[in-house]
Design a binder for this molecule. Structure first.
Ligand code: SF4
Length: 172
């Protein structure tokens, strides 16, 4: 039994209108294509359609979701399963662009890869030097405002502040 099917090629922006002739489930003829990729796409689309899948993946500890995609097209009827598998996956930080975050999505044999970097959140470490600098800032601000700094680190505050701003001499 012979049937025809009209499809639009997605191989490039031209979007040729293809007409595929199908006999007993086999594409025997394709017309309307401007280049050789059209018939190949028509055969694929008529017999076993495939699509790339893109999605966002939740990453514990990250400030935003991770954008991911399948490394290759997956069967169209597996898209829902792929999205569910992606939804259940929790990669660990940090993630690098191109990193495989899911080896075999929904049994298709196709990996899922990250399409951007996602860094681990920065750790804030308070060192003794940072405390001195912080106290100096507090002293300078207090001196400018004519008020007393909250911390009683007078010597440290004035010593550092003197090098930065002579107005802090009132704290000596
Ligand atoms: S058949 Fe060729 S020229 Fe036409 S849309 Fe497909 S890839 Fe582009």
């Amino acid at each position: 039994m012979s049937t025809t099917r009209e499809i639009t090629c997605i191989g490039c922006p031209i979007g040729c209108a293809l007409t595929a002739t199908i006999v007993d489930g086999v594409v025997t003829d394709v017309t309307g294509n401007e280049c050789g990729r059209g018939p190949a796409y028509a055969r694929q689309e008529c017999v076993r359609p495939e699509r790339m899948v893109t999605a966002l993946m939740f990453v514990p500890g990250a400030s935003r979701p991770l954008s991911v995609k399948t490394a290759r097209p997956v069967p169209k009827d597996k898209i829902k399963d792929c999205l569910e598998a992606i939804r259940q996956t929790r990669p660990a930080l940090p993630v690098r662009i191109g990193q495989v975050v899911l080896v075999d999505v929904a049994g298709t044999g196709v990996p899922v890869v990250a399409t951007c970097d996602l860094a681990a959140p920065a750790r804030v470490v308070i060192t003794p030097l940072a405390r001195v600098a912080s106290a100096a800032c507090a002293g300078a601000a207090a001196a400018a405002a004519g008020t007393k700094p909250r911390r009683e680190a007078k010597g440290v505050v004035t010593a550092v502040a003197d090098k930065q701003d002579g107005r802090c001499c009132a704290r000596k």
